[in-house]
Design a protein around this ligand. Structure first.
Ligand code: 1QQ
Length: 404
């Protein structure tokens, strides 16, 4: 009898504590509007078009983007975020050129008839490929496009969660000017890419606003590999910093050549510098990347719980730390699912409207909203590469590279 009683007590204790442990797990922060929007009534497969640069120079950005979207899609389906419906990613390579991304978009829109596309990687591609979706009334969410005015140039079926350079560069330039006491800088940019030209214009405005003189401006083209002539001109003027708007394929040799010519000062870059691949000792510029200053949408030092959970899982799954591009892509896939959930629809316009209404969406990027102009809004971060690592920019970190 005694034995039976203790067994009974044990059973009661387990029965009482079991739901407690389950609900404690439930309380762990989770991405998504679980409370804000009800589980949708949708069923069956929902196709999500995915176009990223998986080949060519921009693959350094596109491959982490794809991995992150695949991770998000798996989580969305495993958690029944879309009720009985299932998100299915249809992946197309956008290459690094315009033509490949146009073909990819055409296939997704016309053949697969997807309601939503995530990508393409480059603004240059978005400007050529996204009008195909726009004309068909298919929603596109850019997750790495940072050129100015894409919303107005593409149309109302285009949204992005990637902060445009105009929301990042001014803060970075202001902080760098204060920390480094910049007076005279030289500027270099690629003049045949929509993003790099736009980034250049934003830099010029920000430098002027901070009272920094531009003592020289040099251009090059995407695909160039030798920057010695331009760098020699610039370095002869002894600038306090070199400001560069470029993409990874050009950034790597440009950094190497800059340091080989003996320039050890700060190099202030745009969004193209946000892949740690440029600092890789094997395939990147290695130590030549130290002293790069770049504003970003995310830094691994972000201590919000969703960012920490994402970083841990991404690293376990793919064997490398995540970068800004993967975080934006992961968040973007969850945002699209949230648009579908909150609209309880897969109609592009309905999803677009629900998505556009997102306010205070808790994500690894921080608290995300669209502003009144439909532009993404969250806190950017100024960074400096120290020993190959992206650190939050402070005077101490700057001193560690450039001395006091
Ligand atoms: C753009 C960018 C690139 C750096 C994305 C990889 O910001 O093309 O808009």
């Amino acid at each position: 009898m005694q034995k039976l009683r203790s067994l009974l007590i044990l059973f009661v204790v387990i029965a009482v504590s079991l739901p407690l442990t389950i609900s404690a797990q439930d309380e762990a922060p989770q991405i998504g509007f679980w409370e804000e929007c009800e589980t949708p009534t949708l069923t069956g497969d929902i196709n999500l078009g995915v176009v990223f640069s998986l080949t060519g120079g921009a693959a350094i950005y596109g491959n982490p983007q794809l991995q992150a979207v695949q991770m998000a899609v798996e989580e969305i389906n495993d958690s029944d975020y879309l009720g009985e419906a299932n998100l299915v990613a249809i992946v197309e390579d956008g290459g690094t050129d315009v033509e490949t991304s146009i073909s990819a978009m055409t296939k997704l829109v016309e053949e697969d008839q997807v309601p939503v596309v995530i990508g393409p990687t480059l603004s240059n591609q978005a400007l050529s490929a996204d009008p195909i979706a726009q004309d068909a009334g298919v929603l596109v969410l850019g997750v790495s496009n940072t050129r100015s005015n894409l919303e107005t140039d593409i149309g109302d079926f285009y949204l992005r969660n990637s902060l445009p350079e105009a929301k990042v560069i001014p803060g970075t330039v202001a902080q760098a000017t204060e920390i480094l006491g910049l007076e005279n800088v030289a500027v270099m940019y690629s003049d045949n890419d929509e993003f790099t030209v736009s980034g250049y214009e934003v830099f010029v405005e920000a430098l002027e606003a901070n009272g920094v003189n531009i003592v020289a401006t040099e251009t090059f083209a995407t695909g160039d590999t030798d920057f010695n002539a331009q760098l020699t001109n610039i370095i002869a003027l002894n600038p306090d910093a070199i400001v560069v708007s470029a993409l990874a394929a050009e950034i790597v040799p440009l950094l190497q050549q800059t340091r080989n010519l003996g320039y050890t000062g700060p190099i202030i870059g745009g969004n193209g510098f946000n892949t740690p691949g440029i600092a890789s000792p094997d395939t990147g510029a290695g130590e030549s990347a130290n002293g790069v200053i770049v504003g970003g949408a995310w830094n691994i030092a972000k201590q919000n719980e969703l960012s920490l959970a994402f970083s841990e899982k991404y690293e376990a799954e793919y064997g490398a730390a995540p970068d800004q591009f993967s975080v934006q892509a992961y968040t973007g896939a969850w945002m699209i699912a949230t648009g579908i959930r909150c609209a309880d629809s897969t109609e592009s316009a309905a999803v677009r409207d629900a998505l556009k209404g997102l306010k205070d969406f808790n994500s690894p990027l921080g608290s995300f909203s669209f502003d009144d102009d439909g532009l993404p809004e969250h806190e950017p971060v100024a960074q400096i590469i120290v020993d190959g690592q992206y650190r939050v920019l402070t005077s101490e970190e700057a001193a560690a590279v450039f001395g006091e």
